[in-house]
Design a protein. Sequence first.
Length: 548
Amino acid sequence: MRPLTAVALAAFPGQAAELPLAVQVVAIAAATLLSEDAACIGTGLLVAQGRIDFAAGAFACFAGIVAGDLLLFGAGRLVGSALLERPALHRWLGPHAVARASSWLECRGPAVVLLSRFTPGMRLPTYFAAGLLGVNARAFASWLVVAAALWAPAVVAVAVRAGTRSPGSRGGLFAAASAGLLVLVATRSLPFLLTHRGRRLAIGRWRRFRNWEFWPLPVFYAPIAAYVAWLALKHRSLTLPTAVNPAIPGGGFAGESKIDILRALSASREAALRATRVPAGPLAERVGAAERFLRREKLAYPVVVKPDLGERGLGVVFVRSAAELRAALAASDVDAIVQEMAPGHEFGIFYVRHPDDDRGRIFSITEKVLPSVRGDGRRTLEQLILDDERAVCMARCHLERFADRLDTVPAAGEDVRLVDVGTHSRGAIFRDAAWARTPALEAAVDAISRRWEGFHFGRYDVRVERVEDLVAGRGFKIVELNGLTAEATHIYHPGTALRAAYRVLFEQWRIAFEIGRANRDRGFAPASLPELARLVRRARRARRSAEA
């Protein structure tokens, strides 16, 4: 049974009437198992066109919804733990969502079941968590019955109201689709907007839509891709920029090893953070290798664990104990890096040097601010996040991270840091730090870069305890170095015009092509398309592992 069965029956006159009432009721109930909203809306349209009685239709929706909810509860009770371990289910049933639902159930019980019925995205984790936690089945079933009895007739009634305003026989498909869409938006949006949380999340989504720095990557990068294609035609080579850094596979386009790059920078011992690769394999061997490294280098916790092929902060974990180290390595099935943690301020320094130039230059410098919220002794952590004018733009990310702490009330004056990693996609704030570009810093970065033969273009992510030391070109530690596809991240400074951001990125790619051409003329061949495809596949596998 397709989820839009009821809508289809409403769209084509005569078909529903040919079916016995019992068959219609069973069909509608079955449709709710695949799409509750579509089944309820379609049933309302059937009622509006006189093909089924309101009571029978509402009862069918009610029965199907209760049955589906009980199935979720039963799945949580019988196989909950095993299902949570399956990466394929994390998108719909992530551990953070279940943890949050569990916390709600323990604190509020029946009210949570009723609220989750009217809150998009919360039914599945809440009902599943109820089974996982061993909530009394009889009591839970009674809560479900009440929630469904309130929800199903209301949605069907709204759909009936919409359906009576649309033609029944002519243009039935268009009328049913239009009415169904309106009802779907109303039933999903209006209850959501009645809560403070819903309104603030809606505001956050609107601000993300208006502010280009939060746009999805495919949308933002479409003009960049077009410009790169034009440069490729101009230079008669699509892969020419991969010759920008002969010392890095693919120039750093994708799939490069971060630990190999750090080792290449080890000539600058005073600047490079100590790190080691922990190969994929049995957990005991991985933990042993990590602990031997910590003892050898006399490093204390906290340290950083991250994928060797990670990007955009995916999979980066700050571990503060041996137990957390073991858990972080257990959660990864790819080569990982265990790295010394440097305290202080974080900056991104984009460096470029043409092969024919004696010295390189800093193309961009960005200060990375890790946002926090301050407690007032009254509001919960969730409320503090939602009420913060910047944090609300990344609310989904922050709420997921702190799922098990959202109901806690930070003390007055207590700061709760929302982000540990200086990555824009995870909520860090990027500020243009052109003020820190000094001859001393430029000379220091150039000296480090020139010690590594074959590096010309990329962004250093560094940490420094005192900003004054960075300006003076001393005391900073290199967290990692990104090559060709690194960005001049100062463009994400709040308030930067979209045109200005594109101007910088166009200039960045123009320079990459020019350096790539110069290196090709010196005998360094760009990566071939098969080689580039292999690196991209390698990076995608690592990203999927980190996201799981």
